[in-house]
Ligand binder design. Structure first.
Ligand code: NAD
Ligand code: HSO
Ligand code: ZN
Length: 431
């Protein structure tokens, strides 16, 4: 059951917002030793850790074309149609993020603009330990292909038969991603960081994952790699009022609790009646869940909090900075302006988080553990660099030259100043 709190003073909010993460020191040490092993022993280390952590003995790390073809026949047609529809919505929403080139004349004769260039080599980590998340292949593969990333490598843990879930392979094939490896956890991230005999080194790593994966991604930063975001264990915060539908709210909370024992769900409300009804509904629905044990442990790490008003609930939510925020309230639309920290927001009684997880079009790879205070969720921009360009005409350097000279001199950088003066003098000589 969720821990219950009533009107906690702000002084207690910090402890209420702590995530149920493992002792990070142990995690970092373990991940660092995996990195060292993979860096020094490549594929051999990958096979060792796959046997150690996944109890699987692998001969080939790379998924073969035969396995992809087999997967195509194993995925039911109805699921293929669902994946295709979801891919259309995700493609539509991410295509809408394409930026038009805008040339700005900042001073007469001074023209500035930006152009996108795809990140060439990217790695996509697809979680697979407790649930084969083929939806994440859509969320990362589609914007990567729209952006024009040349080399896309997928890593995902093998199941107990040494296979990758057929839906993951079908979805990757649908998007045109061929480079797929049966490696998971921190060892996969290490392989993408250093490269091995079979897995290519990449420039940026994307994808959610458990605490080992998330700690590994953050370690990869020390090796000049970029990562998308610290997308760790899933979390959802629901704000409910008298207009909420308890069975819907309970279903949404359980949808994220079932991700993992380290997931966290938070219920905020100004109505004790609603909180009680939602808790009753949680108990009812929990019994029917195949992943009941996982959800129960996640619920023990979670809390429902009675607050004095919806405004106070929004204040608490902004402080917690959830990965997902559901506004299950009357007139949710008028509350959006007050939301300052959240990965993705769902409005009203008919916007379940599952819609964003699978098929509405928004990206489900989102910042967790409070990182929605300073990170956005993955978008088309995550897969490009934005390069600025400028083209200054003779008129432009004449108009801006004196300004630059004065500033360079004031910073005592006389070579900077001279790089302008030399041009101005040549223009004077031309006249
Ligand atoms: N934030 C997001 O956008 C987002 C999206 C989807 C899923 N998620 C989260 O991703 C996570 C998926 O976790 P998962 O475990 O199912 O799959 P995973 O693929 O992230 O991790 C499984 C791998 O972890 C490694 N591992 C397992 N136990 C280990 C240990 N004791 N030491 C070292 N390595 C170990 C194994 O190699 C295994 O293959 C969940 O927590 C879910 O909430 C987050
Ligand atoms: N809710 C997850 C993000 O935390 C994404 C997901 C994928 N599949 C199901 N859910
Ligand atoms: Zn989910």
């Amino acid at each position: 059951m969720m821990k219950q709190y009533k009107y906690p003073p702000i002084s207690e909010w910090k402890s209420l917002c702590e995530r149920p993460l493992q002792n990070q020191e142990n995690l970092s040490e373990q991940v660092k030793s995996v990195f060292d092993e993979v860096k020094n022993n490549g594929d051999k280390a990958l096979k060792f850790f796959t046997e150690k952590f996944d109890n699987v003995i692998l001969n080939d790390l790379k998924v073969s074309e035969i396995e992809v073809d087999e997967a195509n026949n194993l995925v039911p047609d109805e699921l293929k149609s669902a994946i295709k529809l979801a891919s259309e919505n995700i493609r539509k929403f991410h295509n809408s993020q394409e930026e038009e080139k805008k040339i700005i004349e900042t001073t007469e004769g001074v023209f500035c603009w930006r152009e996108n260039r795809a990140i060439e080599n990217i790695g996509i980590y697809i979680p697979g330990g407790t649930a084969p998340l083929f939806s994440t292949v859509l969320m990362l593969g589609i914007p990567a292909t729209i952006a024009g990333c040349k080399n896309i490598t997928i890593c995902s843990p093998p199941d107990k038969n040494g296979k990758i879930n057929p839906a993951i392979l079908f979805t990757a094939n649908l998007i045109g991603i061929k480079n797929i490896f049966k490696v998971g956890g921190s060892q996969a991230i290490a392989a993408l960081t250093f490269g091995t005999e079979t897995i290519p080194k990449v420039d940026k790593i994307f994808g959610p994952g458990n605490q080992y994966v998330t700690a590994a991604k953050q370690l990869a930063l020390n090796y000049n790699l970029a990562i998308d975001i610290p997308a760790g264990p899933s979390e959802v915060l629901v704000i409910a009022d008298e207009m909420s539908i308890p069975s819907f709210v309970a279903a949404d909370l359980l949808s994220q609790a079932e991700h993992g024992t380290d997931s966290q769900v938070i219920l905020l409300s100004n109505s004790e009646r609603i909180i009680n009804e939602i808790n009753i509904e949680i108990n009812k629905q929990l019994n029917d869940l195949p992943r009941k044990e996982i959800a129960e442990i996640a619920l023990q790490n979670s809390q429902s909090i009675l607050l004095s008003s919806i405004d106070e609930a929004i204040e608490f939510s902004n402080y917690y900075a959830p990965e997902h925020l559901i506004l299950a309230t009357e007139n949710a639309e008028i509350l959006t302006d007050k939301i300052t920290n959240a990965g993705s927001v769902f409005l009203g009684n008919y916007s379940p988080e599952s819609a964003g997880d699978y098929a509405s079009g928004t990206n489900h790879t989102l910042p967790t553990n409070g990182f929605s205070k300073n990170y956005s969720g993955v978008s088309l921009d995550s897969f490009v660099k934005k390069i600025t360009f400028q083209n200054i005409t003779k008129t432009g350097i004449k108009n801006l030259g004196k300004t630059i000279e004065l500033m360079a001199e004031a910073e005592e950088l006389m070579a900077h100043k001279n790089a302008v003066s030399i041009r101005l003098k040549s223009l004077d000589n031309d006249n």
